[in-house]
Design a protein around this ligand. Structure first.
Ligand code: NAD
Ligand code: UGA
Length: 459
């Protein structure tokens, strides 16, 4: 079956970049990305320098494809009706209420998509799970589609996304693997082949894996869990390094040179952030408990517990370095995004650290090259609300807060410079800008402290 028309529901960090790349590589396929969020769609249709998702290389891909065979629209029903293949790339956050609150994935957006597709579709459709979902969600989707549908045939595939933010375009161009889960039936195999044919336009055959649907769904959760587990492992060892005089960077190097272990994801940090690692592990923990596997659940839960421990440990370290004297000492936080080269700050460790310090009376300046001021303020407000501060208390704390457009002119006035995100510009300081008594507390790579004198590091 040759696909001519694709619809993607969800124009976020996954839907936008993945569909832009499909449109680029498959000029004969019309790709329409739809979303209920009118502002987001307007931004996708607006100036290239203001796309709602920042990713290196994305604007260039959108420039080549937008209006040619890539379209962004709020007309969800029309796009569903026109397409033979529909990707669901909507958000699947952790549930905040009801059964499984705080652990299970909230599937309401996925279910809403399924209901919408069922209602609108008048011809057979291939429906693809692009969102990260609990194992066996395809069963639920199928149930909705068949129950609410107009008698047409729906084939459900799982095609989880493995891109990382900040390198999304590169990851999509040269994926380590593409995973497609489908049914072993005749129609299932045909649908899998239709999707394989799309990826074959730029991904080598041997990198496209086809499995059953449940393996594909679970492999996505497991991959994220394994990546996060490496970070928590190295972060736990960073605490031991500090007690023993071992150096965490030297440790990472030595461990990572074992070809069985490998060097990636062994960088100690303030803790991992991002919208997915925590929610996907919590989901895995929930699923394990649901199936009565308490030991398995506890094993994975520990990855999150170490991550929280590391964020608190780092925040306490800043206090220690300033001898608890926060009121007279201005602190600059460099980096708000959860990693470099993204405007995404979901679950960024900076939010925890800044809120911890503000609550203890710190005078803070925050700088990020991509995250907007309004976003930083709303992240902080949400975090402070979580610890039950009133609006009045939050406004009072915000009097001690400044969001910087440029950090260099303020750096010499700061007692502590806290590096949270791995930008080269933060790494390669202009030492002349830092005053003799400033402390640079580097959370990017290790929980080490440096005392720098003007001109050269003395630690
Ligand atoms: P996002 O929040 O950036 O985007 C989701 C979009 O879906 C939003 O714009 C929202 O308005 C839209 N939406 C929700 N319900 C809708 C509906 N019924 N109809 C139309 N639009 C609707 O989320 P994201 O970061 O792109 O993540 C999407 C999924 O992909 C999640 O399951 C996530 O776990 C997974 N994932 C994310 C990444 C990543 O790097 N962000 C990587 C791999 C997988
Ligand atoms: C991660 C996975 O890498 C992707 O494969 C996956 O598709 C995606 O989650 C998802 O499902 O959302 P992402 O969260 O965008 O991608 O970025 P990562 O590069 O994995 O970084 C996540 C966090 O871990 C960041 O806060 C980063 O600073 C931190 N990290 C990463 C470390 O602390 N140490 C490391 O060695 C590597």
């Amino acid at each position: 079956m040759q696909i001519k028309n694709i619809c993607c529901i969800g124009a976020g960090y996954v839907g936008g970049p993945t569909m832009a790349v499909i449109a680029l590589k498959c000029p004969d396929i019309k790709v329409t990305v739809v979303d209920l969020n009118i502002e987001r769609i307007a931004a996708w249709n607006g100036p290239l320098e203001n796309l709602p998702v920042y990713e290196p290389g994305l604007a260039q891909v959108v420039e080549k494809t937008r209006g040619r065979n890539l379209f962004f629209s709020t007309e969800v029903d029309k796009a569903i009706d026109d397409a033979e293949m529909i990707f669901m790339a909507v958000n699947t956050p952790t549930k905040t209420e009801g059964e499984g609150a705080g652990m299970a994935a909230d599937l309401r957006y996925v279910e809403a998509c399924a209901k919408n597709i069922a209602r609108v579709a008048k011809t057979d459709k291939i429906v693809i799970e692009k969102s990260t979902l609990p194992v066996r969600t395809a069963e639920k989707i199928k149930e909705i589609l068949d129950r609410d549908g107009n008698g047409v045939h729906f084939e459900i595939l799982s095609n989880p996304e493995f891109l990382a933010e900040g390198t999304a375009i590169q990851d999509l161009f040269k994926s380590d693997r593409v995973l497609i889960g489908g049914d072993e039936t005749k129609t299932g195999k045909k649908a899998v082949q239709a999707l394989v044919d799309i990826y074959l336009k730029w991904i080598p055959k041997e990198k496209i894996i086809t499995t059953n649907v449940w393996s594909s769904e679970l492999a996505k959760l497991a991959s994220n869990a394994m990546l996060a587990q490496r970070i928590s492992s190295i972060n736990s060892l960073s605490a031991l390094c500090e007690k023993t005089g071992a150096d965490i960077e030297e440790l990472s190097l030595a461990i990572g040179m074992d070809s069985r272990i490998g060097p990636k994801f062994l960088k100690a940090s303030v803790g991992f952030g991002g919208s997915c690692f925590q929610k996907d592990i919590l989901n895995l923990v929930y699923l394990s408990r649901y199936y009565g596997l308490d030991e398995v659940a506890e094993y994975w839960h520990q990855v999150i517990k170490i991550n929280n421990y590391q964020k608190t440990r780092f925040s306490k370290k800043i206090l220690e370095e300033l001898h608890g004297e926060l009121k007279e000492n201005k602190i600059i936080i460099l980096g708000w995004g959860f990693k470099a080269n993204t405007n995404d700050s979901r679950e960024s460790p900076s939010i925890f650290v800044a809120s911890y310090l503000l609550q203890r009376g710190a005078i803070l300046s925050i700088y990020d090259p991509l995250v907007k001021k309004e976003r930083i303020l709303s992240d902080l407000k949400k975090e402070l609300k979580k610890v039950k501060l009133s609006n009045y208390q939050i406004i009072k704390l915000f009097n001690n807060l400044e969001i910087l457009k440029n950090y260099k002119s303020s750096i010499h006035k700061s007692k502590a410079i806290v590096i949270m995100t791995e930008y080269n510009s933060f790494k390669n300081h202009d030492w002349k800008l830092i005053s003799k008594s400033s402390k640079v507390i580097d959370g990017r790579n290790l929980l080490k402290n440096y005392n720098y004198s003007i001109g050269k590091p003395n630690a």
